[in-house]
Write a protein that binds this ligand. Structure first.
Ligand code: ADP
Ligand code: MG
Length: 201
């Protein structure tokens, strides 16, 4: 088995993350685990871009709907809709509004298991129920019920790719190859080298 040290993932600090002045805090959380920032930019996304981004994965609509319905059922509440695709369609429209209300920061992070590690640090979709210690769990309190009541997207500060395949397609949508910089960090020796040489003089 191998572990590609050059696995990459897309992270977007959503407009609420910028407005909450959490840019530094969010970057710090990823940086300190040992992964490498290889691309970063601030931009104003278009609605077309947001729609394209979420529809890259053909199963996303159904998954997002099922997740949302399950969260209501877990609390013993009847969900606003029981059709996952219908929920998915509504969520895309809400996401278009959410992502275009202000600047976002798009980043590419690189390292071993980076997709999984970034998702772990980010936390689950619903800040209300996700773990303390994750970014979403520590810095925001939004919920499915709040978002549905106010007919808007769940404000959870960050987007992070869900799988390695998803990340490749998402990175290609947000960055051109020449915006991604290949370089080494000194710390990669201690993170990845088989032997730790050259520490003692
Ligand atoms: P994640 O961002 O955790 O991967 P999804 O890909 O399932 O979550 O959904 C994308 C984004 O859509 C979420 O981060 C959240 O902002 C929003 N969202 C998901 N489900 C709902 C919902 N039922 N109502 C409102 N917004 C939602
Ligand atoms: Mg997702």
């Amino acid at each position: 088995m191998t572990y590609p040290k050059t696995e990459r993932t897309l992270v977007i600090i959503k407009p609420d993350g910028i407005q909450r002045t959490l840019i530094g805090e969010i970057i710090k959380r990823y940086e300190r685990v040992g992964i490498k920032l290889v691309a970063i930019k601030m931009l104003l996304p278009t609605e077309e871009k947001v729609e394209k981004h979420y529809l890259l994965d053909p199963s996303w609509k159904k998954n997002v709907g099922e997740k949302s319905i399950a969260s209501y059922e877990k609390k013993g509440i009847t969900p606003p809709s029981t059709d996952p695709i219908a929920v998915g369609n509504m969520v895309v429209e809400k996401l278009k509004k959410y992502f275009t209300c202000g600047p976002v920061i798009a980043m590419v992070w690189e390292g071993a298991h980076v997709v999984e590690v970034v998702r772990k640090i980010t936390g689950g979709t619903e800040p209300r129920s996700t773990d303390v210690g994750t970014i979403r769990g520590d810095f925001v309190l939004d919920s499915y019920i709040m978002a549905d009541t106010d007919d808007r997207a769940i404000r959870n500060l960050i987007h992070a790719s869900g799988t390695v395949d998803e990340s490749a397609a998402e990175i290609a949508l947000w960055f051109t190859p020449n915006e991604i910089i290949e370089y080494s960090l000194i710390q990669e020796q201690i993170l990845y080298d088989v032997n730790i040489d050259g520490v003692l003089e």
